[in-house]
Design a protein. Structure first.
Length: 190
């Protein structure tokens, strides 16, 4: 698949089949991630590939965040909340958690480390699309919650940047439009 075609046609696919994804395809996606541009070659990314029961780690993270945010609820209500949150980790046969590990390199601002990891995620999403797989990059408040950091044993300045849910599409590819670049671009010449 041509890179321009992949960029224009990749969309978030929120529903995927439960069919397993071959390990070689997952490795190809991870390999694409590590080729993202990064300042001073710091390679500030970390990945967790969760399949099968391995997805319980993320389920536990979602449940811990929800329990911490639930406030005053009964034991039974808390069990229901936790159970519902744990199921989120089983919406795809493969989930890749992606974290940033900022360096202490004196010339690399921390924001550039995040940019590099986000570029790695984009490489991974485009590669998955080119391989015929569907993905959605999930993030949001639970991703950045201290309980999620604790679940994945993140240390120091490490932060989770999101979860790539991955599988074979089980929905039509959504249509999308973009504002033409001309409306967002200022050309500076002479």
């Amino acid at each position: 698949m041509d890179v321009k075609e992949a960029i224009r046609h990749r969309r978030s696919i929120g529903r995927v089949k439960s069919d397993p994804v071959d390990k070689a395809l997952i490795e190809e996606i991870l390999e694409a991630g590590v080729w993202a541009p990064n300042h001073c070659n710091t390679e500030p990314w970390r990945f967790w590939v969760m399949t099968g029961d391995g997805r319980k780690l993320l389920g536990r993270g979602y449940a811990e965040v929800a329990a911490a945010e639930a406030g005053q609820v009964s034991v039974d209500e808390l069990k229901l909340i936790r159970s519902g949150q744990e199921k989120k980790a089983f919406r795809a046969p493969v989930i890749i958690a992606v974290a940033v590990t900022p360096t202490n390199h004196p010339t690399v601002p921390e924001i550039e480390e995040y940019a590099a990891v986000h570029a790695a995620v984009q490489n991974m999403l485009l590669t998955a699309h080119a391989l015929g797989l569907g993905t959605i990059w999930r993030s949001g408040a639970p991703t950045y919650h201290p309980k999620m950091r604790e679940t994945f044993n993140l240390q120091g300045k490490e932060e989770m940047v999101g979860f790539i849910y991955l599988g074979y599409p089980d929905m039509p590819t959504p249509k999308a439009e973009r504002v033409p670049f001309e409306q967002k671009t200022l050309w500076l010449n002479d």
